[in-house]
Design a protein around this ligand. Structure first.
Ligand SMILES: [Zn+2]
Ligand SMILES: [Zn+2]
Length: 344
């Protein structure tokens, strides 16, 4: 894709040349926005575990080379034909929801989040691991002045996913809400749950996360290595909601008995092995299991505004774009504290 045909300076991009291959840093032409699109000068882009879908080719139909990245923050640098509302110089982000078709049955009901042909930046088109990207206007999120690009980026996938899942979970202020996993999603989930007024039980493996979990807003810390976490939740009255963030179906299965009456296991940690549950576990107590994926750009704006109001922030490690491979490896290691963000 590298080219020297144009006189303008090319830009740098971190691309995946083919499924399973290592990242390469390449020079590309700066892309031009088509009708209904804008070009964004990317300032920061979070590295999300879902970028593995592009890196390893886990979804059908991805065209390579592909630039991953769906936690993008930057500035509109050029607008395509017919773009009226969005202006050059405006600070914007792009999250997981990269556009919808506006015609499928879900879109016709206004349920854009569940569009049958939803576009995902970094999957359906090149994402934010590059200095400039183009995006359709229906993917754009306004970034409040008080949030920096680095702060905003991870809120556009990890942030919105935890915020939106919790606010649609049915839990009310004062309810016991457990957050399973203290990682990229979980450390945000604990903060949002605390600010929503829930009694927060953070569930982690090992004693070492207890101090941090409480600092983030957990009332109780449950060490699932040392104790039976489901029993611990029942001793507290049973959880109204368990936000399952760590990608371990086994750990999720073991928590279902920690739900109270009408309790819900809200699944956002994506893994491909099955969650195990018996019908009586769900029947007695009318418990349920639900999944949740991110949200629309309007939901992202709610997330950013709420973060601005309450001080919820991701804990972040930054890497320069040139070190995208290193940043990705750090994210995959599970040792990052807690979100990795590329800076351009
Ligand atoms: Zn649709
Ligand atoms: Zn993501």
């Amino acid at each position: 894709m590298a080219t020297t045909r144009f006189a303008v300076a090319p830009m740098k991009a971190a691309q995946v040349p083919k499924p399973g291959a290592d990242f390469e840093i390449v020079e590309r032409e700066i892309p031009n926005p088509a009708a209904g699109e804008v070009r964004i000068k990317v300032q920061a882009c979070g590295i999300c575990h879902s970028d593995v879908l592009t890196k390893e080719g886990a979804l059908p139909g991805i065209q390579y080379p592909r630039v991953p990245g769906h936690e993008v923050a930057g500035v509109i640098d050029e607008v395509g034909a017919g773009v009226a509302v969005w202006k050059k110089g405006q600070r914007v982000g792009v999250g997981w929801h990269g556009g919808q078709d506006n015609t499928c049955p879900s879109c016709r009901r206004g349920d854009f989040r569940n569009c049958r042909n939803v576009k995902i930046p970094g999957v359906s088109y090149d994402g934010g691991y590059q200095q400039y990207m183009v995006a359709p206007v229906e993917a754009l999120v306004t970034i409040p002045e008080s949030l920096s690009d680095i702060e905003a980026a991870p809120l556009l996938c990890a942030g919105i996913t935890t915020y939106n899942a919790l606010r649609h979970s049915g839990a009310m202020p004062g309810d016991l809400v457990a957050v399973q996993g203290i990682g990229g999603l979980g450390h945000l989930g604990i903060q949002f749950a605390n600010k929503f007024g829930y009694k927060v039980a953070a569930i982690g493996r090992g004693a070492e996360n207890a101090t941090l979990a409480k600092k983030l807003g957990a009332t109780v810390y449950v060490d699932s290595k040392a104790t039976n976490a489901a029993e611990a939740l029942q001793k507290l009255g049973g959880a109204q909601v368990i936000l399952a963030t760590a990608p371990s179906s086994k750990a999720m299965s073991e928590l279902i008995n920690g739900l109270g009456p009408n309790g819900k296991l809200m699944v956002i940690g994506a893994t491909f092995d099955p969650i195990e549950v018996t019908p009586p576990q769900l029947i007695f107590g009318s418990r349920s299991i639900q999944g949740w994926a991110a949200g629309t750009p309007a939901d992202s704006e709610d997330t950013l505004r709420f973060a601005e109001l309450t001080g919820v922030r991701a804990m972040i490690e930054t890497y320069p774009l040139e070190k995208a491979a290193e940043g990705y490896a750090r994210m995959m290691s599970g040792n990052a504290q807690f979100r990795v963000v590329l800076t351009m």
